[in-house]
Design a protein around this ligand. Structure first.
Ligand code: SF4
Ligand code: SF4
Length: 356
């Protein structure tokens, strides 16, 4: 007898099964959407059906208590439907208008921060940081907390020329969307791993440790039954530490963050852009990272003051030129900003003559 058909755990369930009934019914048949408040948006279908999204910020790393609370709120007002945006905002999806105000009241009462829709700062997408990941060169939650404390008003009410997407990645592996965010922080190690030759033979598999290095900087050291690193080739990524913990990459004196700006995913007006380096290094200064907050504030303030309506940070920088960007933000221009004199024609400085 043939074995009975059974569901396996291979592959995710189809996303359409999780859409609220209003979206399922009107799929691909929407007329317009409108931002009603900084944290409330309505989508209207050609049929006249409506669905409201109520957005709140989340710290991304959520406790089970908070998750239960969020699920209870969604069950009470949204038939259980909510979504997390790519920036980890929580959006409660309300199909029945009479639930809209009670939901907002409850969110307010419980201290959730509503906002983030439209031309303002949205939730800061970030990675694990010291709280979880082994290769982190900085904290992520801590940085995000201090930045959001500073920029909360840009989430809840104040408007900017266009949306500003912020991101934090706690090492150059960049699990966050740092490369394509308007302003982003990427944590960096700046020293080659320190090898503990006594532990390497017992704790590490040499071939996979060598294979883990993207630049081919690691080679065997047969005399020590260990490995060695060619310093010039190392880019401090920490991949080797991931597979071989006795290759310690962390160093409190040398670890910190860089800041990049001008990236975006959207292709409205101009194609998507990669972020570019604006601050090469700021040493970690927990718990409040005042120097990082100050640098981001300088960029945001200059953008708010100088950008035209609808200009994203990258578009504003390209219009005024990088020269002026460093002038209006007051950030120092350093040799680290020059990445290639000969080949990269679209980077900041490609010849000895000033281009902008
Ligand atoms: S960005 Fe780096 S340190 Fe942060 S979670 Fe990803 S791999 Fe880990
Ligand atoms: S830190 Fe990265 S580049 Fe340097 S040796 Fe380790 S794997 Fe290679």
């Amino acid at each position: 007898m043939a074995a009975p058909q059974r569901r396996t755990d291979i592959g995710p369930p189809h996303y359409k099964d999780f859409l609220p009934p209003v979206i399922q019914k009107n799929y691909g048949n929407w007329k317009y959407h409108e931002i009603l408040e900084p944290g409330v948006m309505v989508h209207v279908a050609n049929s006249g059906d409506k669905i409201w999204s109520v957005r709140v910020a989340s710290p991304r790393l959520l406790s089970t208590d908070t998750l239960r609370d969020i699920a209870d709120i969604a069950a009470k007002y949204c038939g259980g439907y909510l979504r997390f945006t790519t920036r980890n905002n929580i959006e409660f999806l309300v199909s029945d208008e009479k639930n809209l105000n009670p939901l907002k009241e409850e969110l307010k009462k419980k201290g959730y921060m509503m906002g983030g829709i439209g031309p303002r700062v949205s939730n800061i997408v970030h990675t694990q940081g010291w709280i979880h990941c082994h290769s982190a060169a900085s904290d992520a939650s801590g940085l995000v907390k201090v930045l959001m404390d500073e920029f909360a008003e840009y989430f809840t009410k104040k408007e900017l020329p266009n949306r500003v997407r912020l991101a934090v990645a706690c090492c150059t592996n960049m699990c966050g969307a740092v490369h394509c965010s308007d302003i982003a922080i990427v944590a960096v190690h700046r020293k080659i791993p320190q090898i503990d030759h006594e532990k390497v033979p017992n704790m590490c598999e040499i071939p996979s440790t060598i294979a883990a290095c993207p630049t081919g900087a690691i080679s065997p050291d047969p005399a020590k039954k260990s490995v060695k690193i060619k310093e010039d080739k190392c880019m401090y990524c920490g991949n080797c530490f991931t597979v071989c913990p006795p290759m310690e990459i962390h160093d409190p004196e040398y670890d910190g963050v860089a800041i990049v700006a001008g990236g975006k995913v959207g292709n409205l007006r101009t194609p998507p852009k990669f972020s570019k380096l604006v601050v090469p290094f700021i040493k970690n200064n927990p718990p409040r990272w005042p120097e990082v907050v100050d640098a981001v504030k300088k960029i945001l303030n200059a953008y708010e003051k100088g950008a035209m309506k609808h200009e994203r940070v990258g578009e504003w920088i390209e219009r005024i030129g990088w020269e002026k960007f460093f002038k209006v933000t007051g950030l120092p221009f350093t040799h680290q900003h020059i990445d290639d004199f000969l080949i990269a024609r679209e980077t900041f400085r490609t010849s000895a003559a000033f281009k902008w």
